[in-house]
Design a protein around this ligand. Structure first.
Ligand SMILES: NC(=O)C1=CN([C@@H]2O[C@H](COP(=O)(O)OP(=O)(O)OC[C@H]3O[C@@H](n4cnc5c(N)ncnc54)[C@H](O)[C@@H]3O)[C@@H](O)[C@H]2O)C=CC1
Ligand SMILES: O=C(O)C(=O)COP(=O)(O)O
Length: 536
């Protein structure tokens, strides 16, 4: 049984012990927990032999970490944000990145709400005076949130939970989210505003709940801060970098806005001289949104389960760089994946020189479902010859094809065909030369049914030998003799020709794989133009 090394990496931000125990209980897993991996060098060292790495936000899975871990299959994020993982490099290297959306939604919404209330009532400042021996009531007059206008930027899982609570507190809620449908806004009872600037100028409170992307970076900047009501308060429990922290520090100092409550910072942890730390009217917490018993148990157990299922069964759940494949779907499409890979591999043998287009034609039942993964399997098989089987997998297949300048297209043929399911893979080059192979399932068994224009029928098993020859008497005897002489037994045979005395194709299923010298001997037989040998 293969052994998988699992590294639970962190920077003093452990995952739930229940998640760790679940992994440790699996005999084929060797689990290491290292919570001292702040430095990249330390992370690289710790990750070298890992098949799986699990992180929260503290440890960074950088390009260098990914490149130094040749066995790595999966990175699991016990939480939502994957901005501490270099996802493009992971995809390029064929590493699945999975997270646990939903498990920390309520906790984070509650933390953001707590920050809004604490900011409105100056709770931390009042607390500090009491423990400092003072009883100063006049200094801490607050504001109600009741009747105020709240603008939620990013109405996803957390934004929606925040909005529900805000409505219960009597706030008017406006949502800005370019991906939010009118129906969803209506069902949440919020007003959808399609223009960010028009939304925020109405705000008494702004709360931010979107990922940090090139589009959202510094969404709240000096210019926008200048347009807000002087009484506006901002809460950010999503990601540092959504707000320009330097501009925010200035706006607070100048009284451009009334306050800010932040759980996240552009630099975490912020250095002692970070300008925001000395700005007035602030409430800060050190990235605690997901830090509750419940959220940590949810995400810790969930990530352990999905990593385990991925390593042991190939299941893909909540991957950010691959479509989901649950065990039921996997059971249904599993045979197509294996067969698709084989068809891709076979076509690459026949493909014309410099083939730069791969087309997959689906017809029948197989084409009516989601074919994303089957297509990736075909592409993987096709590319193995060019880059090596180890270098290409379902995650990076599209990227590898793109790097090689290979275009990939899919089509679904709706006309009825004689086969219930047919997958045809065609490879073409710029000169219009093409090769194709088609396969189907007969009573659940895969069959190759066409090679170029030749109708054949062969089970894809053992070693397949394709012989292209002239259709003339004596050919079968010639290659059978050569194979027999070399102790290679023929298990099955399928013959096809375009016309009498025309081009013929023989597909032999062999019990063993002939060596290169046997193939060379076959190629020397007069009348044989090409021989392709594929071990399944
Ligand atoms: N402080 C903490 O400890 C935690 C922070 N988070 C962060 O909170 C954020 C939201 O998490 P979820 O609600 O679970 O994610 P989600 O994916 O459910 O919601 C994100 C929303 O942002 C919207 N969005 C994307 N681009 C936008 C743009 N340019 N303008 C406005 N909206 C945009 C999306 O349409 C989506 O509705 C993430 O960044 C996550 O990393 C999540 C959990 C804990
Ligand atoms: O889930 C997220 O996106 C978070 O920011 C939570 O981060 P954490 O796991 O608490 O380091």
């Amino acid at each position: 049984m293969s052994k998988f090394n699992i590294l639970i990496a962190g920077n003093n931000d452990p995952i739930s012990s229940k998640g760790i125990d679940l992994l440790k209980a699996e005999p084929s897993f060797s689990v290491e927990v290292n919570m001292n991996l702040k430095a990249e060098d330390a992370m690289i060292e710790a990750s070298r032999n890992a098949h799986a790495i699990i992180v929260r936000s503290g440890a960074k899975v950088t390009a260098k970490v990914l490149e130094a871990a040749p066995n790595l299959k999966v990175v699991g994020r016990a939480g939502v944000g994957v901005d501490n993982i270099d996802v493009p490099v992971a995809s390029k290297r064929g590493v699945v990145v999975m997270n646990t959306p939903g498990g920390n939604t309520i906790s984070t919404a509650e933390q953001a709400f707590t920050l809004m209330m604490a900011l409105s009532r100056k709770t931390p400042q009042a607390h500090a005076t009491i423990v400092g021996g003072k009883w100063d009531r006049a200094k801490f007059k607050g504001t109600e949130v009741y009747g105020k206008t709240l603008v939620v930027l990013g109405m996803g899982r957390i934004g929606a939970e925040f909005a529900k609570r805000a409505k219960a507190f009597g706030m008017t809620v406006i949502a800005y989210d370019p991906y939010l449908s009118k129906n969803r806004a209506e069902s949440l009872g919020v007003t959808l505003c399609e223009d960010l600037d028009a939304a925020i100028v109405q705000a008494d409170y702004i709360t931010m709940h979107m990922p940090l992307t090139p589009d959202t970076k510094h969404m709240i900047n000096a210019k926008r801060l200048g347009t807000l009501k002087k009484t506006c308060r901002i809460i950010n429990c999503a990601r540092g970098g959504l707000i320009d922290d330097a501009a925010l520090a200035q706006a607070l100092t100048d009284g451009t806005i009334a306050g800010a409550a932040l759980d996240v910072f552009e630099v975490e942890p912020p250095p002692a001289d970070y300008p925001l730390l000395s700005a007035p009217n602030t409430v800060f917490t050190p990235h605690l949104g997901a830090s509750t018993e419940e959220a940590q148990e949810n995400v810790g157990i969930e990530i352990a389960e999905v990593i385990k299922a991925h390593l042991l069964q190939g299941t893909v759940v909540n991957a950010v760089n691959m479509p989901n494949v649950d065990p039921k779907v996997l059971a249904e499409i599993g045979p197509f994946l294996k067969f698709g890979e084989l068809l891709g591999r076979l076509v690459s043998q026949f493909a014309p020189a410099r083939a730069n287009v791969v087309r997959i034609n689906y017809s029948g039942k197989v084409g009516s479902g989601d074919t994303t993964l089957i297509s990736r399997a075909v592409l993987k098989g096709f590319l193995e010859r060019a880059v090596g089987a180890e270098q290409v997998n379902y995650i990076n297949a599209n990227g590898v094809a793109e790097n090689l300048g290979i275009r990939f297209t899919e089509s679904r043929l709706t006309e009825p065909s004689e086969f219930t399911d047919l997958i045809e893979v065609v490879a073409k080059n710029d000169s219009g030369d093409a090769a194709s192979i088609a396969g189907t399932f007969f009573a659940g068994e895969p069959r190759i049914v066409r090679v170029n224009s030749h109708r054949i029928e062969a089970r894809p098993e053992g070693t397949l030998l394709f012989i292209e020859n002239i259709d003339r008497p004596g050919m079968i005897a010639a290659y059978s003799t050569t194979l027999g002489k070399n102790q290679v037994n023929i298990a099955d045979m399928s013959l096809s020709r375009d016309k009498e005395s025309g081009k013929a194709l023989t597909l032999l299923t062999l019990d063993s794989t002939p060596g290169a010298e046997v193939i060379a001997e076959l190629e020397k037989i007069q009348g044989i133009s090409k021989v392709h040998c594929v071990a399944i």
